[in-house]
Ligand binder design. Structure first.
Ligand code: CMC
Length: 416
C-alpha cells in the first residue's frame, strides 16, 4: 500500500522536472556581504533577513529543499522524525542518532501529569483550535523550569519537546471540542500515526499513517514565511522558545497563511458540485475575491508540495463519494484558475489547495487542518530560531512616517 504512495510521489517529481526543465538554473546560495542592497516592497517583499542553511525555496523552478535535500525525495523516503532531525541538526541522522532522537521524542510526547492536567483545565473548544493550541503551548512554557534559559543548548531541548508535544495537544484539542475523552500519547507509534490516533481515537491504517507522515514532511519548513519570521523576531529579543512558538502559531492561524487549508475546504463545499465551478469562479473574479489555496509570494511555478498532495488527494478521495466530489470540484477549479491567472500572473495551487481534501478523506474535522500544519511547521520554526540565535541580532526594521509633522496640541474644549 505505501509502495503506491511512493510511486505517486515519484511520478509527481518526474512531472515537476519535465515542466520546469527549461527554466534557467537558479542561483543556489551565496555568501552575503552585509548590509545587502535590495528593493523592499510592501509586506517586506524582496527583503533579506538573514543567511540560512536550513531550507531553500526556488520560486521559478518550483523547488523546495531542506538542508540540500529535495522535498520530493524526503516525502518518498523519509519520515517526519528524520526530517525534523535534519532541520534541527543539519544532517540526516545515522540509525543510532535517529533511534535516540525518536526515543527522546517518544519520552517527551507523553505529557507529565502536571502538563496533562494544566492543558485539560484550559477552556478548550470555545474558540478556534489554533487559539486552543496557542494557549496550550503557552501553558507548557509556564510549567517548564528550563523555559527562561535562552542558551542554544536549552532552546534545542525545548525545540525537541515542542515537536513531541504539539501532536498530543492537537489530539486533546480535536477531541475535547466534541466532548470526547482525550488520549495520552503512545510512544511506540510514529509521530504521524500517533497524531491520527490521538485525534480520531482509532489506530490508523498503514495508508493513513504514511499519508500523514508525508503531509508533515511537506509542511515542515518553507523559507522566511510569516510565521517563521514571526517566531524569529520574537526570539531575537532573547525572549524564549515557548513565546516564539506561541507567536508563530498566532501568525500561522490567518487565512492568508496556514489558515488557507481550512478556507479551501469551505470554498469547495460552498461550490457544491463540479457543475457549479465555472459560475462560482466567474462571480469570485467579478467580486475580486481571492481563490484560497492559490498564489504565493515566492512560487511563480507549481508548488512542489501541491504536486505531491494532488495525487494523494485523488487516491484518498476514492474512499467516499462526498470527498470524491470535492476532489472533482478542486480539479475543475484548478483548471479554471490556471487557464486565466496561471497565464496572467503565474498563480498556481499552493500547499493548502489539496491538503484539506487529504485530511477530509481521513475524516479530520476542517477546523483541525491548521493545527496539523503547526504540528509540522514547529520543526522549521524551531530550527530557524536556533540557527538565528547562534548569531543573534535583534530584528528592528523601520516604518516610514507619512503623518503630519509637529502639529500644535489643541486643548479638549477647543477641538471641533
Ligand atoms: N486568487 C486570486 N488572485 C490572487 C490570488 C488568489 N489566490 N493570490 C494572488 N492574487 C493576485 C492578487 O489579487 C494580485 O493581483 P493584482 O496585482 O492585480 O492586484 C496579485 O495576484 C498579487 O497578489 P498579492 O496578494 O499581492 O500577493 P502576495 O505575495 O502579497 O500574497 C498570498 C501571497 C499567498 C497571501 C496570496 O496569493 C493569497 O492571498 N492567496 C490566497 C491565500 C492562500 O492560499 N494562502 C496560502 C499560502 S501558501 C501556504 C502558507 O504560506 O501558509
Amino acid at each position: 500500500m505505501t509502495d503506491q504512495i511512493k510511486e505517486l510521489i515519484k511520478a509527481a517529481k518526474e512531472r515537476a522536472v519535465k515542466e520546469t526543465d527549461s527554466e534557467p538554473e537558479p542561483a543556489l546560495t551565496s555568501a552575503v556581504d552585509w548590509p545587502v542592497d535590495c528593493k523592499v516592497g510592501l509586506g517586506l517583499e524582496g527583503a533579506v533577513a538573514c543567511e540560512t542553511t536550513i531550507g531553500y525555496v526556488n520560486g521559478s523552478k518550483g523547488w523546495l529543499i531542506y538542508r540540500g535535500l529535495d522535498c520530493f525525495e524526503l516525502s518518498e523516503f523519509s519520515t517526519f522524525e528524520e526530517t525534523s532531525y535534519l532541520l534541527i541538526f543539519g544532517k540526516l541522522p545515522t540509525q543510532k542518532e535517529l533511534d535516540e532522537f525518536k526515543a527522546k521524542l517518544g519520552k517527551y510526547r507523553v505529557l507529565t501529569q502536571e502538563e496533562w492536567d494544566a492543558v485539560n483545565a484550559l477552556p478548550l473548544g470555545k474558540g478556534h483550535p489554533m487559539s486552543d493550541l496557542r494557549s496550550a503551548v503557552s501553558v507548557l512554557g509556564l510549567l517548564d523550569p528550563t523555559s527562561e534559559d535562552t542558551s542554544v543548548e536549552a532552546e534545542t531541548e525545548v525545540a525537541i519537546k515542542l515537536i513531541a508535544k504539539l501532536p498530543v495537544i492537537t489530539g486533546i484539542v480535536a477531541r475535547t471540542r466534541h466532548g470526547e475523552k482525550p488520549l495520552q500519547a503512545n510512544p511506540d507509534l510514529s509521530l504521524a500515526a500517533d497524531l491520527v490516533r490521538m485525534m480520531s481515537g482509532n489506530e490508523p491504517t498503514e495508508e493513513d499513517a504514511r499519508v500523514m507522515d508525508v503531509c508533515l514532511i511537506l509542511h515542515a519548513d518553507h523559507g522566511m514565511n510569516a510565521s517563521t519570521f514571526t517566531s524569529m523576531v520574537v526570539n531575537s529579543s532573547l525572549s524564549d522558545m515557548y513565546s516564539s512558538i506561541v507567536a508563530g502559531i498566532g501568525s500561522l492561524k490567518g487565512p492568508l497563511h496556514g489558515g488557507a487549508n481550512e478556507a479551501v475546504l469551505k470554498t469547495l463545499e460552498e461550490i457544491g458540485s463540479p457543475d457549479n465551478v465555472d459560475a462560482w469562479y466567474k462571480k469570485a473574479r467579478e467580486q475580486k475575491r481571492k481563490v484560497m489555496g492559490f498564489g504565493h509570494r515566492v512560487y511563480k511555478a507549481y508548488d512542489p508540495r501541491a504536486r505531491v498532495l494532488h495525487p494523494l488527494a485523488e487516491l484518498l478521495s476514492k474512499r467516499d463519494p462526498k470527498i470524491q466530489s470535492l476532489y472533482e470540484i478542486a480539479v475543475k477549479l484548478e483548471s479554471a484558475v490556471i487557464s486565466e491567472l496561471g497565464k496572467e500572473k503565474k498563480i498556481f495551487p499552493n500547499v493548502d489547495f489539496y491538503s484539506g481534501i487529504v485530511y477530509a478523506a481521513m475524516k479530520i474535522e476542517t477546523e483541525m487542518f491548521t493545527p496539523i500544519f503547526a504540528v509540522s511547521r514547529v520543526a522549521g520554526w524551531t530550527a530557524r530560531v536556533l540557527e538565528y540565535l547562534k548569531k543573534n541580532r535583534i530584528f528592528r526594521p523601520r516604518g516610514i512616517y507619512v503623518g503630519p509633522a509637529r502639529e500644535e496640541y489643541v486643548p479638549i474644549d477647543k477641538r471641533g
